[in-house]
Every structure is written in structure tokens, then in C-alpha cells.
Design a protein around this ligand. Structure first.
Ligand code: SF4
Length: 155
């Protein structure tokens, strides 16, 4: 137990490729537009004690009305197109879109399905994209830090 308490449980900020000299607080509403849920598992890890994304002032919220960022996972399916657009419209300006996972950009596995409406960028402005299938939580944090720098210039 003593050994465990002495260890650092958090991913080290110096290991992240994006530096966080000045990070503005971001509130995120996640929208799953049709993923296989692997991206969600990695995104959920951001809140665990190892990745601890709240140390950067980044926090998940329950409503798009309280969000600065829509974090979107999955291909845009026909049934989720309108909810995604409504979530975007309900977020107060300035608002930003972070797409997580290859499905949001290219729909590599499901693009020929009758139920897929294409990549997120066809429907909404995408500010930062995090590639991977699924990306690791540290890559998602890097994407959020990039977005934070971007948002800082825009505010
Ligand atoms: S990018 Fe990969 S892990 Fe993420 S939703 Fe698509 S298939 Fe699943």
C-alpha cells in the first residue's frame, strides 16, 4: 500500500506532445453519433485518476447548453444526424467541435451503409480531429489542449 501511495498515478504532462502553457477551461458535451463504443471507453478514461483531465480545467457536462465543446465519436448515422445538429445549435457561441476516432472523419468501416450520413465535417465545422481507432486517452487530451489554444485565440 505504501508503494502504491508513493507512485505517481497520473499520466505526466511532460509526456504529452502538446504543451499546456496556457489552457483555458473547456466544458465538453460528448455526442456519440454511431460509434462501436470503443472510442467512448477511451474517452471515459479521461476522467479516471490516471488521466485526470480536470486538472487542465476540462470537464464533461450533461447538456450542450452548458458546453463549449462538442466531442463527437462515430460515423454520423441517419438517426443521430438531427440530434447532433440540435446539440450543436443548443451550445452557446463561441462553440467548438472536436472529433475523436477515424469514423468521424472517414467512416472507414461503415461508409457504404444506407444508415450512414457521412463524416462529421459534412454537417458541422470541425476545429480539431483526433485520429485513431480508437485513439488513446492521451491523444484525446492532446486534441483538447490544441482546441484550448485554438479557442483562446478565438475568444
Ligand atoms: S474509430 Fe474505431 S473505435 Fe472509434 S467508433 Fe470507429 S470503429 Fe469504433
Amino acid at each position: 500500500m505504501f508503494f502504491l501511495l508513493k507512485r505517481s498515478f497520473r499520466v505526466k504532462t511532460e509526456d504529452l506532445k502538446v504543451k499546456h502553457k496556457k489552457v483555458i477551461s473547456l466544458f465538453i458535451r460528448e455526442v456519440d453519433t454511431g460509434s462501436c463504443n470503443a472510442c467512448e471507453i477511451e474517452v471515459a478514461n479521461l476522467n479516471n485518476p490516471y488521466y485526470d483531465v480536470e486538472r487542465f480545467g476540462i470537464k464533461f457536462v450533461a447538456s450542450p447548453k452548458h458546453a463549449d465543446v462538442l466531442l463527437i465519436t462515430g460515423c454520423v448515422t441517419r438517426n443521430m444526424l438531427i440530434p447532433m445538429i440540435k446539440a450543436y445549435e443548443n451550445a452557446p457561441a463561441p462553440k467548438f467541435v472536436l472529433t475523436v476516432g477515424d469514423c468521424t472523419a472517414e467512416c472507414p468501416y461503415f461508409k457504404d451503409s444506407y444508415a450512414v450520413e457521412g463524416p462529421v465535417s459534412k454537417h458541422l465545422p470541425v476545429h480539431v480531429h483526433v485520429p485513431g481507432c480508437p485513439p488513446e486517452p492521451a491523444q484525446v487530451i492532446e486534441g483538447l489542449l490544441k482546441l484550448s489554444h485554438f479557442a483562446d485565440k478565438d475568444l
